[in-house]
Ligand binder design. Sequence first.
Ligand code: PRX
Length: 652
Amino acid sequence: MSDTLIQSHLGENRSFDPPKQFGSAANINADRLQQAHQSADSDSQKYWAEAARDLVWHREWTQTLDWSRKPYAKWFVGGELNATESCLDRHMGTARENKTAILWEGEGGDVREYSYAQLLQEVCQAANALKSQGIAKGDRVAIYMPMVPEIVVAMLACARIGATHSVVFGGFSAESLRDRIQDAGCKMVITADGGYRKGKIVELKKAVDDALADNACPTVTSVLVYQRTAQEIPMVEGRDVWWHDTVPQQEMSCHPEYVDSEHPLFILYTSGTTGKPKGVVHSTGGYMTHALRTCNWVFDLKDEDVYWCTADAGWITGHTYVTYGPLAAGATNFMYEGAPTYPTPDRFWSMIAKHDVSIFYTAPTAIRTFMRLGDQHPQAHDMDSLRLLGTVGEPNNPEARTWYHKVIGGERCPIVDTWWQTETGGIMITPLPGVTATKPGTATRPLPGIAADVVREDGTSCDVDEGGYLVVKEPWPSMIRGVWGDEQRFVDTYWNKFDGNYYFAGDGARKDKDGYFWIMGRVDDVVNVSGHRLGTMEVESALVKHPSIAEAAVVSRPDEITGEAIVAFVTPIQGKEAGEALKNDLMAMVAKEIGAFARPAQIRFANAVPKTRSGKIMRRLLRELASSGTVTGDTTTLEDFSVIANLRDEEE
Ligand code: PRX
């Protein structure tokens, strides 16, 4: 990369020099962790201001936190930055310029590598392509792509010009994509002709065409299509543009658009307790501060590491720990396109061995799947390069954790079990490797500056080992800034339970005598299937769209592999036949409305679903029935006792 190019990327008017704190200096040890806790406890704003200085700022902030309009926090008020400068430009002119930023393997075994300099150039060209399509600061862009390096390029290209991206996981259906495009009023969709999964092509462009059909999304003016599979696809004249016809032709530099610290870097839709997913809004300065800090500390990143977070970029884990965190930390980031066990059950382990992966961060559901497949698959590979393992998204049962530690980690790698959420932006409760003593099954303690607690219904703190609600009592920089287009939902979901004082996470938890947090699962109607978050109402809404269905009630039951599995109780309209054909139709309905990953594990026909006298579905009873086949406890509010008796009789 030429000097002039580097110069033009590093904005001229920066008010202070980029931080020197790279590599091991940015890591943590027991002393530094203790100091960090002390500093955060005595003056949390000072603590966070120091953390924010790890980023590249164009203009320094004048106020660290404005919490005067609770629950709307503003962090680093008056500050200006561009997230991509911290991820890319800052590495130019350093030893990292030619270091591998992305090391990618496709499902078919094809490998690509991008240095930081190459990634910067690609991002600039893609950003210029977006501009040439009329995309500007403040516009929303939907990204619906496979796990190819271009998905990261697309996210960063949006950030480069101040456009807000909304990545929609490629497993979502055309209907889900359309709802999300409409809700955010996206001006552009970035997609691919398809992607590979288990040897088959996932037809992404077709889903985009279906989502946009009949002028359903009038805000969309263009569709940028990356060619991955080279299958024949129709291109709509005047709307669709091939990536390869525009991106490589663009100028190689693109001046970063400086945005306010609070500017929305992205929207990410997640499931809640209603049928409609929420667009969780994240800021730029605060989000990036926590993404970088946690990436450095939790993964103890060193320059020689090859880091692999297996999440798809369509989830928050893929945003924070595939894209923004590791790139800001200057890591070598391994990415894989396809299915974990394709074409052979040892696919993951063969890639760890081949690419010398040293840090591996995945979901417990994947670990349980691998464990079932047997020890011989990992044992066939030399995975000595591994030095740190992590998990995210669900509790890791002790048996799977032991297996992970022994068979994958060779009994030498620490395991970080991290608790966080789409809404928290980054890891909140976690051990730090080699620093925090772990106990299997707990994410241990909150990071410095994270005021997590477990409280009772009245907001008072629970005693040791008393179960309660997991809350965060003070604002933190990467916290959710709102629900896109729905202020009331933001306030109601996260803040009203404790009178606007605490952030309510939706999880139940308890704290043990050492202050370790044990997460006990969701207390609302959100379920976690293979680490994918789904609202029971979302699935119910999909089921009742079927013309033969009068009513549906969806609950979860524990599942050995996926953590939770969905069980749907459905009541057909009088006279409609409740048989296998209808079950298959309903499965297809859910796949069409939400995505194949949301298909219920079991569908049960019922004459009626149990309700309270006020008409609320009694999910607790259904959950019990789905898990154990029996119902205990209080049924006094039940409207019609015969409903439960009938359901039990219908037990398969
Ligand atoms: O219930 C908690 C569970 O996952 C939920 C958040 O889901 P999502 O927003 O999709 O983000 C997943 C990845 C960050 C939480 O409300 N969860 C997350 N981490 C853990 C967990 N449950 C138990 N242990 C964890 N370590």
